[in-house]
Design a protein around this ligand. Structure first.
Ligand SMILES: [Ca+2]
Ligand SMILES: [Ca+2]
Length: 185
């Protein structure tokens, strides 16, 4: 079965968001660019330097995890590979999809939970927006949508639900669809 227009639009949008160098391919170069931008956003404190080193060393590892999660044997991910993955997964049970959700959890917590308290704060979520070039003024709304119990932090559980909705839902009313910002559909 083909993907609905809505899912096609949002999955393509997420792909382009991650394709930071805009060459229509997800490759280690995009993750290097992510690391470079993250380092640029850091202050010059010792903590900032440590964060920079951590991000640099793990950028390639994250890319490898994504390729494994998508079960791609080559070294690059084209938009068609990415969309095909979700098309095929719809026909199987969602056990395999879990590995892509796990990738995003590991990635977001690894990169953005700077103080390692197990939650993403509003401030930490702003870094995410900056990194992907999303409008910062939208980050507060985005954060409120993610923080479903409104305790001022985004827990793993809250993030996991949002990512799952994003990857699988056909209902634009579900808030998780907007976890990566706004897109047209
Ligand atoms: Ca790219
Ligand atoms: Ca945190």
């Amino acid at each position: 079965m083909p993907l609905s227009n809505f899912r096609f639009a949002k999955l393509s949008y997420l792909f382009r968001l991650m394709d930071l160098d805009g060459d229509d391919i997800l490759s280690p170069a995009d993750f290097d660019e992510m690391a470079r931008r993250a380092a640029e956003n850091q202050d010059k404190s010792a903590e900032g330097e440590l964060h920079k080193r951590l991000i640099n060393s793990s950028a390639k590892r994250y890319y490898k995890r994504l390729i494994e999660a998508l079960e791609i044997t080559g070294t690059q991910i084209r938009l068609s590979d990415w969309l095909n993955y979700f098309r095929e997964m719809d026909e199987e049970d969602d056990v395999e999809m879990d590995s892509v959700i796990q990738f995003f959890l590991e990635f977001f917590y690894g990169v953005f939970d700077v103080d390692k308290d197990g939650f993403i704060s509003l401030y930490e979520s702003m870094e995410l927006f900056q990194l992907f070039g999303l409008p910062l003024e939208k980050s507060k709304t985005f954060f409120k949508d993610l923080d479903s119990n409104a305790d001022g932090h985004v827990s793993r559980y809250e993030l996991m639900n949002a990512v799952e909705v994003f990857l699988t839902s056909d209902d634009p009313e579900e808030r998780g669809n907007w976890v990566f910002g706004e897109f047209d559909y």
